[in-house]
Design a protein around this ligand. Sequence first.
Ligand code: ZN
Ligand code: ZN
Length: 453
Amino acid sequence: MTKLLSRTALLALTPALIAAAQPSEVPAEQIAELRTAALDDTLAYDITEGLTTEVGPRLGGTEAEARARAWSVKRLEALGFANVRVEEFQMPTWVRGEEKAHVIAPFPQELIVTAFGQSGSTGPDGLTAEVVGYDDYAAFLAAPTADIAGKIVFISHAMPANQDGSGYSAYGTPRFQGPRVASERGAAAIIVKSIGTDSDRMPHTGSISFGDATPIPAGALSVPDAEQLQRMLKRGRPVTLHLLMTPRQIGEQTSGNVIAEVPGRNSDAKKLLVSCHLDSWDNSPGVFDDGAGCGIVAAAAKRIMDAGRPYRTIEIVWFGAEEVGIHGGAAFAERHDGNDYHAVAESDFGADRVWQVTTNLGAERKAEADALRLALYPLSIVSGSYEQAGGADIGPLMREGAPGISLRQDGSRYFDLHHTPNDTLDKIDKQQLQQNVAAWVTMLAVMSGGIEK
Ligand code: ZN
Ligand code: ZN
């Protein structure tokens, strides 16, 4: 019966409607028009300003993140997107406590410290121990375990600032691996030089994983405080530190992904997914990381919606709980199939200009990847790899087979602000933010399968 009805319905379709259900090429003039108009965008800034002012910090799993979801649903509905909803999930939740570091001897003074997410606690009285310091991660690994047991380990590094942000993976090991290995080697606690490129007294937090090791207090000193401690250690006398960190695990809490759509002409066609993460660390309003990303992708999708009906449905996903373990990305991939997507992309590297496009659409879609590059050239975006793209939250979907696109932002000052209290609205350069919206609307237009009035 259902089949019969659908056949009758199909016969009733006018030729124009049948044509609407087919993908078409997007005329270069239409792309150019969308791209140019987006250079005057104000919506991405408005969303970023609103979220980071009216909600502020929004740590995954907390009541603040729930307020961010409610704010987002209201905002996305008001913008006219379809099917705005929250897909909730549960996650183990960590919250910060007090944090202080005080050099007892030989040069008594305070140092500025912050705990990493998942850090263990010193207990309310703190702990006092000798500091053993290493200039880099390799020196820490080479040190005898007997030197480390019962001590507070300090690890430094020499991370440079660079456009592609590659310093983060190259020099981030003291945070990514240090806490687990220090615990396995019997350290009482670990503090590392912030994984950052600034010279402010702003410690950079971030997530860590202990694996099967016992959580120990683990945190970051601001860059100048780390250098201060290093100078004390170089003087050759034992340095004793009192460390107080009292974070807590508060058990399973609710988080969620906020989803909105620009409905396509063909609901069976593979979709486009554009995304950011809605949560932030608790120590800042999370403007560069990642309020701006949410503003950019929503503003770009809104421009397509206002231009007409795309062939493909555009899904906007503001992922929950990325910072604290990519819980939102994992939950989304459990409920959705990576193979349902024509392309997926995430904006999560600040608000400065896009300088490069990379894709992994597959060899058979080289022409489409080239068309995308051609359309982005007028924004001074250069071509990168045809076999690499990604993003933390879209990673699980891509592992299921979703093809990815990366619009890579200039990271030269990203790690000055990253995960610090300094990640605030005044850092936004509106022109660079607008160039991002132009890049994203261009990408959506090229991949849309045609936009019809
Ligand atoms: Zn981020
Ligand atoms: Zn982050």
